[in-house]
Design a protein around this ligand. Structure first.
Ligand code: NCD
Length: 336
């Protein structure tokens, strides 16, 4: 028997903060396992628990994986998908309509769930306030959070090690503007004995709100400048790209920032915040290498030549994300 009892009102997914350890382990992950089994069935024999239901993808910013993931998840569960991939250009936002009115319109059309990606932090919460009848799923709100990416990341780690308690995870790169790491750190804080190493150039360090969250949950964390220091210690290295579409004061690219603060030269490979042969050598055999994607080949935090490296899990993450999205949709829309 699954439970949605942690949800009050509609089962919105806004922040990683809303999920507790027992719900993750006893409801979400088992539901995701059922989805693994469901997709193994021949097409005609798959149950369709969301038949007749509709998902609306409301994307104000670009997306490859998250939008396709929720679309595919809904289709596999028998539901239908509609939406816009560039709401700023192709919705009434261009005519000045508020986010709230757009949400009210979609709800008025009796959609069952809305997946939203928006450039402003806090926009998903704002959408949830305006929604009636349809859960809102935050697919990324500016530099705020990306809770469903963090859920699939956590599930990937869980499938690999059979637990989260006691693991050591390195979050690497642009921790200031990267929303996936901001959500993942919050999820990790729900578990016991986890150690989080935060490896970034100083101007791109994790923001205080997340560090405060880790402290409040008694989660051990360390901030450092060089991945080599912790590579031998960790179960997972979680790499991120520089979020250059969101400039920080005084520096535009991570290469420039690294050059300025850590004596790196732009264009040189950066062993401090990315993968290279030296880091691969230092990592334990059972350690896994993760990245939310897209990776940035110019900066090169996870160069293409390592795609086939056996410890790299980047496309496993994508498939695990399909199972997690299906599980979230079923738990929200067809709980037993
Ligand atoms: C991430 C995002 O959009 O925050 N991508 C994703 O959804 N997998 C990561 C990023 O853009 O760097």
């Amino acid at each position: 028997m699954v439970t949605t009892s942690y949800w009050s009102g509609y089962p919105h997914v806004i922040s990683a903060d809303q999920f507790g350890k027992s719900w993750l382990l006893d409801a979400l992950f088992p539901a995701a396992e059922r989805m693994v089994e469901l997709v193994k069935l021949p097409v005609g024999e798959r149950p369709q628990p969301l038949a007749g239901m509709g998902l609306y993808n409301l994307f104000y910013r670009e997306s490859t994986r998250t939008r396709a993931r929720f679309s595919r998840a809904m289709q596999l569960l028998g539901g239908t998908v509609e939406g816009t991939e560039d709401a700023e250009a192709f919705s009434s936002a261009k005519k000045g309509e508020t986010l709230e009115d757009t949400i009210r319109t979609i709800c008025s059309l009796l959609y069952d769930v809305i997946v939203i990606r928006h450039h402003e932090e806090g926009s998903a919460a704002k959408a949830a306030q305006a929604s009636f009848g349809a859960p809102i799923i935050n697919a990324g709100d500016g530099s705020g959070e990306h809770p469903t990416q963090a859920l699939l990341d956590l599930y990937t780690i869980f499938r690999e090690f059979g637990r989260i308690d006691g693991l050591s995870i390195a979050l690497v790169g642009d921790l200031n503007r990267g929303r996936t790491v901001r959500s993942l750190a919050r999820l990790l804080a729900k578990f016991d004995g986890v150690t989080v190493y935060m490896v970034s150039p100083s101007p791109l360090a994790m923001r205080e709100d997340v560090k405060e969250y880790l402290r409040a949950h008694d989660t051990k964390y360390f901030e450092l400048l060089d991945l080599r220091e912790v590579a031998p210690l960790v179960h997972s290295v979680y790499l991120t790209r520089s979020q250059e579409e969101r400039p920080v004061a005084g520096a535009t690219t991570r290469v420039e920032i690294a050059a300025r603060f850590d004596q790196r030269q732009p264009g040189q490979p950066d062993p401090l915040y990315g993968l290279n042969e030296e880091i691969l050598e230092l990592l334990q055999d059972h350690a896994i290498i993760m990245h939310p994607l897209p990776r940035n080949d110019v900066f090169g935090e996870l160069p293409s030549r390592f795609t086939e490296e056996p410890r790299v899990r980047i496309f496993h993450q994508v498939t695990n994300g399909l199972y997690i999205s299906m599980a979230l949709l079923v738990l929200a829309l067809a709980p037993q």
